[in-house]
Write a protein that binds this ligand. Structure first.
Ligand code: SF4
Ligand code: SF4
Length: 96
């Protein structure tokens, strides 16, 4: 069976550089940028095209700034599969 193709987006300006997402990524798809964001933190970036959309990074990110996508079966569009919102109040986790 072919591996699932995933992708993530990171709101880099809200990254605090904790590196949790990097530790939890089973694909080693992430690393810290040499650059800093507007808050003065090095931020996480996707550096390899091997993301499987497992959602680990989004689930551990304390800032809830990672959105995970998986390529749909017909490969015409990417489906959002994980997003965490309302971290300061209730936490909502949607994983499909
Ligand atoms: S979704 Fe999974 S494989 Fe993709 S970057 Fe996040 S932890 Fe790594
Ligand atoms: S877990 Fe979130 S805050 Fe921490 S480095 Fe990754 S993206 Fe940044």
């Amino acid at each position: 069976m072919a591996k699932i193709k995933g992708h993530i987006s990171i709101n880099i300006d809200n990254c605090k550089g904790c590196e949790l997402c990097i530790v939890e990524c089973p694909q080693d798809s992430l690393k810290m940028s040499e650059h800093i964001n507007t808050q003065g933190y090095h931020y996480a970036v996707l550096v390899q095209d091997n993301c499987t959309g497992c959602t680990n990074c989004a689930l551990v990110c304390p800032e809830a700034i990672i959105t995970v996508y998986r390529e749909s079966k017909n490969k015409t569009k990417k489906e959002r599969v994980a997003v965490i919102t309302n971290v300061t109040e209730n936490i909502t986790v949607n994983v499909s």
